[in-house]
Design a protein. Sequence first.
Length: 342
Amino acid sequence: SRYLIFFPVYSKNLLCWTLQIKPRVFNEYRAMWFKSCRMTFSYVNRMKKCRYPWTRLYSTSHTTVDSSEIKTFLVLAHKWWDEQGVYAPLHSMNDLRVPFIRDNLLKTIPNHQPGKPLSGMKILDVGCGGGLLTEPLGRLGASVIGIDPVDENIKTAQRHKSFDPVLDKRIEYRACSLEEIVEETAETFDAVVASEVVEHVIDLETFLQCCCQVLKPSGSLFITTINKTQLSYALGIIFSEQIAGIVPKGTHTWEKFVSPEKLESILEPNGLSVQTVAGMLYNPFSGYWHWSENTSINYAAHAVKSRVQEHPVPAESVLTEETEELRANVHTSPGVHEELKR
Ligand SMILES: C[S@@+](CC[C@H](N)C(=O)[O-])C[C@H]1O[C@@H](n2cnc3c(N)ncnc32)[C@H](O)[C@@H]1O
């Protein structure tokens, strides 16, 4: 260790003499030593980048992913496209949510192609599951990215879209959480959809902030979820899960249900203004949904991100631009001198 400490100040000749080697050989040893250090560092760096697959999703301190929820969805990952199975209510919910998203987006597009009304729109479907909502949005012409933290859900979604060559080009699926891609996709999407997802996340505030960040200014956020009321406890948990078996037991936790007021209280400070909150009611006998004024069980919400830039131009540079303009006008308008002085 003494040699190592003194190595930088040890003269080359003295070292050669101490080690009883020729200067040429010393140069070779030195090159080898540096090379081996470099290899060790690059190996250590590469090791740091490797993550165990089962820790990938839950390693960040700001994850919104609840591992117990993930287990529930993992078990059901092969059932997404069974129209009579556990996800039957989500299949029939498309009758309401697809037109809800389409019509609200169409208000923002002046001209649209018949047959492909959402053409040119970039949509992020967060918590896409097996792609039940992603596919119809792709069929309407949008470019859709569907993300879900459950790998098996994404595999099911990939397999299903591959049956349709048109969808194969318009839809991209990724197994990840929103917070993992928030930086790389900041202000990318015209619309973000989180349908039946917010009642499954932990840290709702972080989740909604991420939704806001990936939206372009004036972009739309669509959420469908379950209200936090006594009625939603009675019907959403006791009746649906424990009596009628419409959804598997343990799918929902009442504490995680979100009221429209709570949603709005998080969205507004993040620059999203809620435009619509519409009640949705499910008839377990017919298996169909319909719109209702009653939002005490299920509801759909549409919020729009403000146009104002999140990072305003620094006042200094605005002043410089104004001053330049005044200087340019100094010969033509006499009052400009006074203005420039100010
Ligand atoms: C009830 S399913 C809804 C699936 C799909 N949106 C639909 O309506 O057909 C909820 C989905 O949210 C996903 N999920 C759970 N926690 C999530 C989180 N923190 N971020 C994104 N997705 C999540 C689950 O893996 C599951 O696929």
